[in-house]
Design a protein around this ligand. Structure first.
Ligand code: GAR
Length: 199
C-alpha cells in the first residue's frame, strides 16, 4: 500500500517534528514526510528539516495582518503542491479556523503538553504545578474546531516531583512527546483506532 504523506506544521524548535521525521525513516513505516511548514521564517526547526532532506515552506502569518482566511489560503496552496494525506501539528502556535480544520477533520493530529481534557491552551506546566497535580503528561489528539478538544489518540504520563519547576516539567513532558507522537502517528497511519497509553 502507498505510504501516507505527512505534512508537519511547526512554529519553533521543531523537536517533535524531528522525531516524527526520524521515525518515518523506518523501512516498514506506513507514512513519509512530504513537507515541513512554518509560520515563522526564523523557526529553528526549518534548518533541522532541511538537514533531514525534507522540503520546507514558510507562510509568515504577519503580512496577513489577522486575515486568517487569507493566511490559510496560502497554506492550502503550499499543501496542494505536495498532496499530504495527514497533517501533524507539532508546536504550531497559530489557531486554525473552523473551516480549515473541517477540511482536514479526521486527518489532522496535534500534540499537546497536558493530559487532556485538563489544561487546554497555554501554560500547561505552570497550571499543573499550581494545581499541585501529582501526575502530568502529554496528549496526541485529532484536531477539531474546539481548541485542544478533539478525540485523544494517545497519552503519556509522568510523575510530578516535589522540586519540579515549569522548566524541568516541560523538559520531561517533551521527552515523552518524543515517544508518544511517533507511536501515535504510526498506528494512525496504519488505520488503528485504539488509544495508546505510555507511562
Ligand atoms: C511541545 O511541547 C508541544 O506540545 C507544544 O509546544 C512544544 C513544541 O516543541 N505545543 C503547544 O503548546 C500547542 N498548544 P517542539 O517545537 O520542540 O516540537
Amino acid at each position: 500500500m502507498a505510504r501516507k504523506r505527512v505534512a508537519i506544521f511547526i512554529s519553533g524548535s521543531g523537536s517533535n517534528m524531528e522525531t516524527l521525521i526520524r521515525s518515518m525513516a523506518e523501512p516498514d513505516h506506513p507514512a513519509e514526510p512530504c513537507l515541513v511548514l512554518s509560520n515563522r521564517s526564523e523557526a529553528a526547526g526549518l534548518e533541522k528539516a532541511r538537514a533531514l532532506g525534507v522540503a520546507t515552506s514558510v507562510i509568515d502569518h504577519k503580512p496577513f495582518a489577522g486575515d486568517r482566511k487569507a493566511f490559510e489560503a496560502a497554506i492550502t496552496e503550499a499543501l496542494a503542491r505536495v498532496s499530504p494525506d495527514i497533517i501533524c501539528l507539532a508546536g504550531f502556535m497559530r489557531i486554525l479556523t473552523g473551516d480549515f480544520v473541517a477540511g482536514w477533520e479526521g486527518r489532522m493530529l496535534n500534540t499537546h503538553p497536558s493530559l487532556l481534557p485538563k489544561y487546554k491552551g497555554l501554560h500547561t506546566h505552570r497550571r499543573a504545578l499550581e494545581a499541585s497535580d501529582m501526575v502530568h503528561g502529554c496528549s496526541v489528539h485529532l484536531v477539531t474546531p474546539e481548541l485542544d478538544g478533539g478525540p485523544v489518540l494517545g497519552q503519556a504520563r509522568i510523575a510530578v516531583k516535589p522540586d519540579d519547576t515549569e522548566e524541568t516539567l516541560a523538559a520531561r513532558v517533551l521527552a515523552m512527546e518524543h515517544k508518544l507522537y511517533p507511536a501515535v502517528l504510526r498506528s494512525f497511519a496504519e488505520g488503528k483506532t485504539a488509544k495508546l497509553v505510555l507511562t
